[in-house]
Design a protein around this ligand. Structure first.
Ligand code: BYC
Length: 500
């Protein structure tokens, strides 16, 4: 199917600076150059620590085996990829055609700032730790393992999408996301190896042994065991689930444990592109749908090779609700402990106008009681998962406005909406309750009767899957998605971003 005209708001691929919120500005100039002559490229002086270098070099072949078995399944010759060469503003993104098997995963930390002090919790004002404090070892390891577990999980979930990409442009974006998630795994494995001795090395092995959706050895967090069935679900995943990554990394970037903070700082820069893929992927899908909706009823769109708006809404409902679960419970003694210890801060911690210790502060958390959604006041320290989730929801709403602008510009009255936070939840106060996307509490029977109107049914997924045919001629796009306004790194949209 040929390309459709790109109209309305321009979607650029190099401009994803609005997603860079949370990462500190890159220093001017290449302050820390990454050594690519090493077997493991790094800017942490790995060559000076033979023991650590050997340990990581023995993990490397296991990682490469895992990538070969559970990474992208589509064989390719090379892909136009971005690779970090230095931590500075100009150096961190270098572009080239790279055979995927030769991609150089490495260990990159943002520059150390020698005067950095802990900005929250009971150690506020102390110099940031360069080593793991003994009393926080178990908690820190747990945080690294949970974070590390999500990275390879997403690669596994997206393994087969290469077989049905709507264009070479999109295929390249998928592979860019995949190699960077692989690198994010390296980031956590480096911290585990460098700071946690033998149990860190064992955890690093386990990160390659748990697998997404595996009945015996699943990934740790729920959303990472769900299937990414098709490209619409990939775009929703990169919009909603990678955005949880942005917010969680944003809190770990505040950590008193400086190597973790510096690692997350750099990861956040890469993460911005992943959300860009989600925001614009859904936007282009909606654009195509909107173009056709002007002349056809929604349910007829399948026949015209596009995805009905009602189905896009159901995919959105699903991915948003499973992503909310990733924030943990609204009231959590774990998060209070992490904050007080100085391990995990709040989103934009240093910009918050309070004492950064929160001892006497309280916050309302939602609960379902007496058949209604009400609020209960709890110590703020225990409500920090909700505090982060609230920031996340506001950010999610921003992208929705872009998608709805596509509908408005095509003269369509319907709008996409975020479902209520209580809808379809498995974690926290709303788990075990039956709440509609509009926030109405239902009986289980009522909810189940209407679930097919709210969440993708097997028939919806099958119909979407039918549209997912590969389009691998340069400049060609599948019928269900509009082309982007511009290509990658100022190249034309028609560029052959992937070669076979
Ligand atoms: N599924 O006190 P609670 C990303 C567990 S995504 C299963 O309510 P807590 C990425 C929880 O572990 C970002 N289990 O929550 C995106 C705990 O178990 P334990 C990943 C869950 O601990 C796309 C128990 O329930 N990073 O980077 O305050 C592509 C009680 O938990 C779930 C992080 O999450 C769930 N959804 O907060 C690639 C940051 N939720 O410990 C990458 C690190 C909770 O009692 N993780 N549980 O056995 C954390 O900060 C916290 O562990 C959580 C949970 C926010 C996940």
């Amino acid at each position: 199917m040929g390309a459709t005209d790109s109209t309305t708001t321009d979607i650029t691929s190099t401009e994803y600076s609005d997603e860079l919120v949370g990462a500190a500005p890159a220093p001017d100039g290449p302050v820390s150059v990454i050594d690519y002559s090493e077997r493991i490229p790094n800017n942490v002086g790995l060559a000076t620590d033979r023991k650590l270098q050997r340990a990581l070099e023995s993990w490397q072949p296991k990682f490469l085996d895992w990538w070969a078995q559970l990474g992208p399944s589509l064989p390719t010759r090379d892909v136009y990829l971005r690779t970090a060469t230095a931590i500075g503003r100009d150096g961190w993104a270098n572009w080239d055609r790279v055979p995927m098997a030769d991609y150089r995963w490495g260990i990159f930390l943002s520059e150390r700032s020698p005067d950095r002090a802990i900005s929250f919790g009971q150690h506020r004002g102390d110099p940031a730790w360069q080593e793991v404090p003994g009393e926080y070892r178990a908690d820190l390891r747990r945080l690294l393992v949970v974070q590390g577990d999500t990275e390879p999980a997403s690669v596994e979930q997206q393994r087969h999408l290469g077989n049905t990409a709507p264009s070479l442009y999109d295929l390249r974006n998928l592979f860019q996301v995949n190699v960077e998630e692989g690198r994010h795994l390296w980031a956590m494995v480096y911290l585990l190896h460098a700071y946690f001795g033998r149990d860190g090395r064992e955890e690093a092995e386990l990160l390659l042994r748990r697998h997404s959706g595996d009945a015996d050895s699943p990934r740790i967090l729920g959303a990472f065991n769900e299937e990414t069935t098709d490209w619409l679900s990939f775009f929703m995943f990169t919009y909603f689930t990678d955005r949880d990554g942005k917010y969680q990394l944003g809190t770990l970037k505040e950590s008193g444990f400086d190597p973790l903070a510096r690692t997350c700082e750099f990861m956040l820069r890469e993460e911005a592109h992943h959300m860009f893929v989600g925001t614009t992927g859904v936007q282009r899908t909606v654009r195509r749908t909107a173009q056709l909706l002007a002349g056809h009823p929604d349910e007829d769109l399948w026949r015209h090779g596009a995805i009905p708006l009602a189905v896009i809404q159901k995919y959105l409902n699903f991915q948003f609700s499973v992503s909310l679960d990733l924030f943990g419970s609204e009231t959590s003694s774990n998060v209070a402990g992490y904050y007080t210890a100085g391990l995990k801060g709040r989103w934009m911690e240093t910009r918050r106008p309070d004492d950064h210790q929160l001892a006497g502060a309280t916050m309302d958390v939602p609960v379902i009681s007496g058949g209604a959604i009400t609020a209960r006041s709890v110590p703020m320290l225990t409500a920090l998962n909700l505090d982060l989730r609230n920031e996340y929801v506001l950010d999610c709403a921003r992208g929705l406005r872009k998608w709805n602008a596509e509908l408005e510009q095509a003269g369509i009255e319907q709008q996409l909406t975020l479902p209520h936070a209580a809808f379809n939840r498995r974690v926290g106060s709303f788990a075990g309750h039956w709440v509609s996307p509009a926030g109405n509490i239902c009986s289980q029977a009522d909810w189940e009767r209407q679930a097919g109107d709210w969440l993708p049914t097997p028939d919806d997924r099958a119909a979407v899957a039918e549209l997912m045919t590969p389009h691998y001629e340069a400049g060609e796009f599948a019928s269900w998605i509009a082309p982007p306004g511009v290509g990658i790194n100022e190249l034309p949209v028609e560029y052959d971003y992937v070669r076979f």
